[in-house]
Design a protein around this ligand. Structure first.
Ligand code: NAD
Length: 305
């Protein structure tokens, strides 16, 4: 493990850096430019990035002893994984670091929809007192439909139980044991859509899940249903969502992710029954700390061989 060098190219939580200090020389250069990176990468055994730094083919080809590229977060969109694989360089991330944080944000959006919190907040700040306008929905005894029950979906189910909700799950890849352990009922998508009061999407965006929720799905939902997407833009077809919301087909929607980010002139902006956040579901200090610690430990494992 002698003389290992780690480049921290984007700002990460101190706890992650502390983990590495006893096993490597840590160089913190979080304002490094693209050009500088290509020049200095040859000296490093590991690099940690978040989203600012792009680890391109050019960077990877300039590396001479790089063993591991670590993304202190969920996706690895900013890393050329193909080039890394060709050069025998491991790419790691920390998808589990944000699960609880995203699940909490999802619950926040559900509560905001059910109790009209964001629109009521706006009204009070406009010096209005519109108590009758903001009649809410109690979550207790309602059915939550979870589409995709992986890391985040499972955490949402656990939290929804504290609110007295029953869960229906649609996930063709879930095992019977996992379903039994969480006490959920696994159903097909149609059954979930027809019977849920609140639906939340936690699948990855793939050709299979693109526009998984569009007009035919909105058409069979309960009249006052809510739907939330804190997964990826494009899983819900926004054009059809707008129609379902503006015609009163469904009750409300909450989005943290959009087909185009940042969304521009999006007609959803004009609706009162939507709660929108700017792709912040994973943004907490705790999730960032955990991501940094997880990738630091991955680097340590690689250095130890
Ligand atoms: P995961 O891989 O643990 O779970 C995904 C689940 O979806 C799996 O159980 C899988 O079986 C299921 N699935 C896959 N294809 C499906 C399909 N066609 N129909 C139904 N189920 C299907 O992922 P995760 O960590 O729980 O993350 C879920 C989503 O949340 C991902 O899209 C991820 O990118 C997104 N995410 C968003 C944010 C944010 O900032 N908003 C942060 C983290 C993760």
């Amino acid at each position: 493990m002698d003389n290992m060098k780690v480049l921290i190219a984007d700002q990460i939580n101190e706890k992650g850096i502390d983990e590495l200090k006893d096993v490597a020389e840590v160089v913190n250069n979080t304002s490094i430019t693209k050009e500088e990176l290509v020049t200095v990468i040859k000296d490093f055994d590991a690099i940690i990035v978040r989203s600012r730094t792009k680890v391109t083919r050019e960077v990877i080809e300039a590396a001479e002893k790089l063993k591991i590229i670590a993304r202190a977060g969920v996706g690895v969109d900013n890393v050329d994984v193909e080039a890394a694989t060709e050069h025998g360089i491991m790419v790691v991330n920390a998808p589990e670091s944000t699960s609880i944080t995203v699940a909490e944000h999802t619950m926040g959006i559900i509560l905001s929809l059910a109790r009209k919190i964001s629109i009521a907040d706006k009204s009070v700040k406009e010096s209005k007192w519109e108590k009758k306008k903001f009649m809410g929905l109690e979550l207790n005894g309602k059915t939550l439909g979870v589409i995709g029950m992986g890391r985040i979906g499972s955490q949402v189910v656990t939290r929804s139980k504290a609110f007295g909700m029953d869960a229906l799950v649609y996930d063709p890849y879930i095992t019977e044991e996992a379903a039994a352990e969480l006490g959920v009922t696994v159903v097909d998508l149609e059954t979930l859509l027809k019977n849920s009061d609140v639906m939340t999407v936690h699948v990855p965006l793939t050709p299979e899940t693109k526009h998984l929720i569009a007009k035919p799905q909105f058409d069979i939902m309960k009249e006052n249903a809510f739907i939330v997407n804190c997964a990826r833009g494009g899983i819900i077809k926004e054009e059809d969502l707008y129609e379902a919301l503006s015609t009163g087909k469904i009750g409300g929607a909450g989005l943290d992710v959009y087909e185009e980010e940042p969304p521009k002139n999006n007609p959803l902006f004009g609706l009162d029954n939507v709660v929108l956040t700017p792709h912040i579901a994973a943004s907490t200090a705790e999730a960032q700390r955990d991501a940094a610690i997880i990738v630091a430990n991955e680097i340590k494992k690689v250095f130890k061989g």
